[in-house]
Design a protein around this ligand. Structure first.
Ligand code: NI
Length: 175
């Protein structure tokens, strides 16, 4: 397994429209394992392939809930290949989103609260499920990456500019 470098805004590759995966094979599964390792190391709860430079419709998510009694992290790795949204609720849910490609910056984004989605897992098996809560938000955020959209693109220009200014400042201080 290997850690992959994460691409950050304003790298133009993040604007790419990712292509569908034609074959779910061992090469892809190795890449997916590397994506999980990279995401856990970052750390983050979701990662799209384009964020590590591969313009394919693959994303990984692990919300890493904490067990309320023991405080231990419950791992729940999920792989979404060629995901599609079939239905979405009119009801929206607002969540303060962040992104490994826009490091340490957060802003409220409203998205459909409940979605029905279809995807393939790492064995190439098709799933159709209704999803809500943080997983629905996260899946929509990651699916945006497959279409070249960052969460900051869903903000007003004013709010986006504020986030980008804060990011520039943080990078300057880290340099
Ligand atoms: Ni992201």
């Amino acid at each position: 397994m290997a850690l992959l470098p994460i691409i950050e805004t304003p790298d133009p590759r993040l604007k790419a429209i990712s292509a569908p995966v034609e074959k779910v094979d061992d090469d892809l599964r190795v890449f997916i394992a590397d994506m999980f390792e990279t995401m856990y190391d970052a750390p983050g709860i979701g990662l799209a392939a384009i964020q590590v430079g591969l313009a394919k419709r693959v994303l990984v998510i692990d919300l890493q809930d904490k067990d309320e009694e023991t405080g231990e992290t419950i791992k729940d790795p999920r792989v979404f290949i060629n995901p599609e949204i079939l239905e979405e609720s009119e009801e929206l849910s607002v969540y303060s989103e962040g992104c490994l490609s826009v490091p340490e910056q957060y802003a409220d984004v409203a998205r459909p609260a409940v979605i029905k989605a279809k995807w393939l897992d790492a064995d190439g098996k098709e799933h159709v499920e209704q999803i809500d809560g943080l997983l629905a938000t996260c899946l929509q955020h990651e699916m945006d990456h497959l279409n070249g959209i960052l969460f900051i693109d869903r903000l007003s220009k004013l709010k986006r500019d504020i986030v980008l200014k804060k990011l520039a400042k943080a990078r300057k201080m880290a340099a």
